[in-house]
Unconditional design. Structure first.
Length: 399
């Protein structure tokens, strides 16, 4: 079996390409507006009318004919938001208007209330006005029938506002993609148990479950597989009932690391089994029985990081998202940083509140869950550079 070792960028491109090539459309369902945020839209959304439906005023003031001013004008009436003005504004006339109210026929500009002097039935306007000023023209935000949202978009709060605006109360979304989560390891006990000193509580399935849910998947935690061929094989087979299988542990070179052996026995195709990153060098990605799987390394930091940088995109695509993103921003280091070249490193760090400054967090390696919990970001050290000085820009991935 010859399975390639890839760089970070190659491995990410491989995941995106493979999963996009095979992902079918998820099952469609409907949710109410209040539950729609975070879900993936299943149908196109179009404007049901022009937005705004009529030209509207964006200020409190007076609707006028721009050619009339500066001048003293007769106040012919008033129009409030939620009303329309029945008559036409004639020469020498102004209509008092409130923000959001439709511009009366005949008028083509609004003069702000701050710029007029009112005396009885007249207003004095001492400055010129441009046609169109403080007027939001009909259809300027969207034309009736215009495409506003495309299927495959993950909905955020502004999308929910748009759905409400166009009157969609039952929102067509995709059902979350089922993702099986299988931890392996003889040393693993459940979190409600008191471990012996040589045992470790199972944290990976819970971090993964939270990460899967955040990515739009539906996590299904399986019982831990023992480091034994038969048990690992039967649990992997169960995991393959879901759309995607995430394994933790058992992918290193140790005598009891059986995940790859079992997957190979099931006829798996492996796209890579090592990536030049830290944490998370032994990392397996492939396909078996028409399902994708990731064999994530068991060390908790490695499990969390490799999910974020590789598996999250797979979950998002399988959940129906047409686009994924791994936004690597930049911030200035608060202290010098060195690492050994050759691996792209993702290390726990704190980003200042304004996002400008990045401070590495001391950690004891991939098992250091407390350090990860203190972090709000990962600093990203490229494989081809050894040293960054305090004050230099460094890439950063939000946690
Ligand atoms: P492995 O990749 O199987 O060699 O596991 C590496 C290390 O990760 C183990 O020695 C454990 O300390 C830790 N580990 C493995 N699985 C889990 C898990 N489910 N939860 C927490 N830590 C784990
Ligand atoms: Mg193990």
């Amino acid at each position: 079996m010859c399975v390639p070792t890839l760089s970070f960028a190659e491995a990410r491109a491989c995941v995106l390409e493979r999963v996009k090539a095979h992902a079918g459309l998820p099952v469609e369902t409907e949710v109410g507006l209040a539950e729609a945020a975070g879900r993936v839209l299943a149908r196109a959304v179009r404007a049901d009318r022009d937005y705004p439906a009529l030209a509207r005023s964006v200020r409190d003031g007076f609707a006028v004919r721009a050619v009339d001013v500066p001048a003293a004008l007769r106040v012919a009436g008033e129009v409030r938001a939620g009303e329309s003005y029945a008559c036409e504004v004639g020469p020498g006339e102004a209509v008092e208007i409130m923000t959001g109210a439709p511009i009366p026929r005949g008028a083509d500009a609004v003069v702000m209330v701050e710029h007029v002097t009112r005396e009885g039935g007249q207003v004095y306007i001492d400055r010129a006005a441009k046609a169109g000023q403080f007027v939001n023209p009909q259809g300027s935000e969207a034309r009736r029938g215009q495409l506003l949202l495309s299927p495959g978009q993950r909905l955020d709060f502004s999308h929910v506002a748009l759905l409400a605006t166009v009157g969609i109360t039952r929102v067509p979304v995709y059902a979350p993609a089922p993702v099986a989560i299988l931890a392996t390891g003889d040393e693993i006990v459940e979190p409600d148990q008191t471990p012996e000193d040589f045992q470790i509580r199972n944290s990976n399935v819970y971090s993964l479950s939270a990460q899967v849910a955040r990515a739009g998947g539906c996590p299904r935690i399986l019982p831990v597989a023992r480091d034994e061929f038969g048990d690992t094989r039967s649990k992997i087979e169960r995991g393959l009932e879901a759309g995607l299988l995430l394994l933790s542990g058992g992918v290193s070179e140790g005598k009891y690391d059986l995940v790859e052996t079992v997957l190979a026995d099931l006829g798996a195709e492996f796209y890579f089994d090592r990536v030049l990153i830290q944490p998370g060098q032994p990392l397996v990605f492939g396909r078996v029985r028409d399902k994708f799987f990731f064999g994530l390394p068991g060390n908790p930091a490695a499990t969390m990081v490799t999910f974020e940088i590789f598996a999250r995109a797979a979950v998002e695509i399988l959940a129906g998202q047409t686009e994924t993103a791994l936004p690597l921003m930049r911030a200035k280091l608060t202290r010098d940083f060195r690492h050994k070249m050759g691996l792209t490193r993702f290390l726990p760090a704190r980003l200042s509140e304004d996002g400008a400054e990045l401070t590495p967090i001391p950690w004891q390696g991939s098992g250091d869950v407390p350090a990860l919990a203190r972090a709000n970001a990962f600093l990203v050290a490229g494989a081809d550079r050894e040293e960054w000085k305090a004050g230099e820009w460094m890439r950063v991935l939000l946690k």
